[in-house]
Design a protein around this ligand. Structure first.
Ligand code: GLA
Length: 402
């Protein structure tokens, strides 16, 4: 188990890291924008989902937590209507600097390249107050791009939070998350659910959030036991399938719900599914089976967490992984391997792939005292080059004091 002191040191290191990339962003801002200091600084976190995968767009439950990994934006308003943005995010496509006119009546923004700028432009276009003035800004992030930890949502929510400093709006946090989701649907064109934007806005330090994606009600669940650790392992694999596979899964779920005569799969149970098995394609049947069972698992996991029953929680995580692998078919050999390796270690409660899938990360719940051993064994046995984060639930988006 980590001593209190080493926990505190870990926390301090995370804050240092945070200020290091904010510091870099400020330096680049000074260098590129006439030696002036940025007047505004904001941040929005990435997330890890503990359980409830591919349930959000089916009106189901999800159980994510915000991470101490953030996208930060520093910047200042300009006197004209021009917007000039530089990204320092690792892995962002070229060019890293874009300039365009702020949207006005009869002048809308449209998606294009570079890809990273679509997340920003989408949010500017769908900002709920306005008109957005011109501004200069620098983006920096330590959320790994394409790692399944919501680098996209953290960029969208950071952008929205930045605009709120420039041009205040009266949206509530849920309207803010929904505007960011709309930006992702219409600019990068990914028909995502609400989980990632929601947790990036509403994350709560020391808590995972049980989100009902139908009613958008939230229940914060404490996750502060010092004897417990959440280990994220990035496989550093990025499969390019995600682009078409995600919308395809979503369509299959909608088709299955329609055949079952329900608005969404949230309204169905496994009995309803069995009764209509003959009317569904074999693939659609398995997709729906995953979603219906995963929604149930997520409610059970939340109850287990409330009781401190980590063993039960871990069992549900493993069931979730197997179902994502076999029925939903969004895992990949590297993620399956990471889960299998870590489950060999005493003190590991459970492990699963997290996020959209086809690469990215696994999340493991384990005794804090087993974390170092878990990292060692993965390093020894895993065929790839993993990156690790031992992490704590963090707060949602906010402003930085510069
Ligand atoms: C991506 C999407 C989310 C959710 C997950 C899968 O992260 O952005 O809305 O659907 O995949 O659970």
């Amino acid at each position: 188990m980590f001593s209190k002191d080493s926990q505190t040191r870990k926390c301090a290191r995370q804050l240092d890291k945070m200020s290091a990339h904010v510091g870099e962003a400020r330096r680049v801002f000074r260098e590129c924008f006439g030696g002036t200091e940025p007047k505004i600084g904001v941040f929005a976190p990435g997330r890890v989902n503990l359980i409830g995968e591919h349930t959000d767009y089916n009106g189901g439950f999800v159980l994510p937590m915000a991470l101490p990994l953030f996208t930060a934006i520093v910047g200042s308003p300009r006197d004209d209507e021009k917007i000039c943005i530089i990204t320092m995010a690792d892995g962002a496509d070229e060019p890293h600097r874009v300039e365009f006119e702020a949207p006005r009546e009869g002048r809308s923004l449209t998606p294009g390249s570079p890809k990273w700028s679509n997340y920003v432009k989408g949010v500017i276009q769908h900002y709920r107050a306005g008109p957005v003035p011109g501004f200069n800004a620098v983006i920096a992030s330590n959320v790994p791009l394409g790692g399944g930890l919501s680098s996209s949502a953290s960029l969208e929510v950071a952008t929205y939070t930045f605009l709120q400093q420039l041009c205040p709006d009266n949206s509530d946090p849920i309207e803010k998350a929904l505007a960011c989701q709309k930006a992702e649907h219409t600019f990068p064109g990914v028909p995502c659910g609400i989980m990632d934007q929601f947790i990036s806005v509403l994350g709560k330090e020391g808590h995972a959030l049980l989100i009902d994606c139908r009613s958008l009600e939230v229940m914060p669940l404490p996750l502060m036991d010092p004897g417990l650790a959440v280990l994220i392992t990035n496989s550093n694999v990025r499969h390019e399938l995600t682009g078409s596979e995600y919308p395809a899964r979503r369509r299959q779920c909608e088709e299955a719900a329609k055949i079952l005569g329900k608005d969404t799969l949230r309204d169905a149970n496994l009995g309803d599914l069995e009764a209509k098995k003959g009317s569904l394609s074999e693939e659609c049947y398995r997709r729906a089976r995953h979603v219906i069972a995963e929604i149930e698992r997520t409610s059970k996991a939340a109850e287990a967490l409330k009781r401190g029953d980590y063993r039960e929680f871990g069992t549900l995580m493993v069931e979730s992984h197997n179902s994502l692998r076999d029925d939903y078919e969004v895992s990949c050999p590297e993620l399956d391997e990471l889960v299998a390796i870590v489950l060999e270690i005493p003190g590991v409660y459970g492990s699963r792939m997290t996020g959209g899938g086809f690469g990215g990360c696994t999340v493991t719940l384990l005794e804090a005292s087993a974390a170092e051993r878990a990292k060692e064994l993965i390093q020894e046995k895993f065929r790839g080059s993993p990156t690790f984060y031992i992490t704590k639930p963090s707060a949602g988006a906010g402003t930085l004091s510069l």
